[in-house]
Design a protein. Structure first.
Length: 287
């Protein structure tokens, strides 16, 4: 196989969860460009319809349907449908995720459970549903959506950090248990990426002033900018492709250097350098 061919996904079926917009859509777009057949789900019909329209606009053929990743029956039914209508799943990206930014002492158990269910139990259920056919086939790729919060804590994100830390270990465990079947399970650990999920952290004040968290993140990031969805596409393709067949159980961080850097005094940043970044914040955010 030629070097470029090792990065191609021709004929592979890639299921990206929660991929109507945001990072999931970017992963799907990149994988489609190198030949994968894309399958996605989302939590409700409105989002699925929005996703179908986005893919159609980009000329990408997809299968999309409603499926709640926390509901085992729905997950199994979705996988069965995909197997009948598209084919067995070769690549799973556990992308669907939510965050609740609430101080831990104020967080209800229901809010905690919701985050753990979507961000940790969801990847368990979806992986469990696709692993039997991957084992039978003797190959498969699972890519989990980890986070800076797989390594670091921060005020208000206790459930999210617990879930993303747990997902790092689920990644290593799937690798440990199923690597013998030529199945690779790795994770992408994005830094702070401009998507609707992080929109509240970047929103300017009514007087147009920079959000203090935006200033903080830029001062912690050697690149001094938020990531863009396209910054993550190359790694997603790599981890889904034969080029990464001997990489297993790793979390690879794409963070503009955050985890390598102690950061600088935010007041030293030259704000005039930063232009308002255009992004699609029209979809509701998880707050
Ligand atoms: P996003 O914009 O919120 O998209 C996630 C998608 O998952 C949304 O369509 C969401 O629907 C859907 N979803 C929520 N609960 C679901 C469920 N139970 N079943 C199926 N789908 C469900 O998130 P993103 O910013 O693109 O991030 C994607 C993933 O990367 C997440 O796991 C996130 O934690 C992780 N991540 C993001 C960043 C970042 O900076 N953006 C950084 C590190 C890691 P709703 O819109 O209804 O919630
Ligand atoms: C937050 C952010 C983060 C990011 C991301 C970082 O409130 O600190 O939302 O959790 O979304 O996961 O990698």
């Amino acid at each position: 196989m030629g070097m470029i061919d090792k990065f191609r996904l021709d004929g592979k079926v890639a299921w990206i969860t929660g991929a109507s917009y945001g990072l999931g859509l970017a992963y799907a777009e990149a994988m489609a460009e190198v030949g994968a057949k894309i399958v996605f789900n989302d939590i409700n019909q409105d989002l699925v319809d929005r996703g179908l329209a986005e893919y159609a606009k980009r000329g990408i053929e997809v299968y999309g349907a409603v499926c709640d990743v926390t509901n085992e029956e729905q997950v199994n039914a979705f996988v069965k449908d995909v197997e009948e209508k598209v084919g067995t799943i070769d690549i799973l990206v556990n992308n669907a995720g939510i965050i609740k930014r609430i101080p831990m002492v104020e967080m209800t158990k229901a809010q905690w459970d919701m985050v753990i269910n979507v961000d940790l139990t969801g990847p368990f259920l979806c992986s469990k549903a696709v692993l039997p056919s991957m084992i039978a086939k003797g190959s498969g790729k699972i890519i989990n959506a980890c986070s800076m919060m797989s390594e670091l804590g921060r005020e208000t994100v206790s459930a999210y950090a617990a879930a993303k830390g747990g997902l790092k270990m689920l990644t290593k465990n799937i690798c440990s248990e199923y690597g013998q079947y030529n199945i690779q399970c790795n994770a992408i650990g994005p830094g702070y990426i401009a998507t609707p999920q992080t929109a509240p952290l970047r929103a300017r004040g009514e007087d147009g002033s920079m959000n203090p968290f935006d200033r903080f993140i830029r001062s912690k990031t050697p690149a001094q900018r938020w990531g863009k969805t396209e910054d993550l596409q190359g790694l997603a393709v790599f981890l889904a492709s034969p080029a990464s067949d001997f990489i297993n159980g790793q979390v690879i961080y794409i963070d503009g250097g955050i985890l390598a850097y102690i950061g600088q005094d935010p007041s030293n940043l030259d704000e005039s350098k930063f232009q308002a970044e255009e992004e699609d914040d029209t979809i509701k955010v998880n707050d």
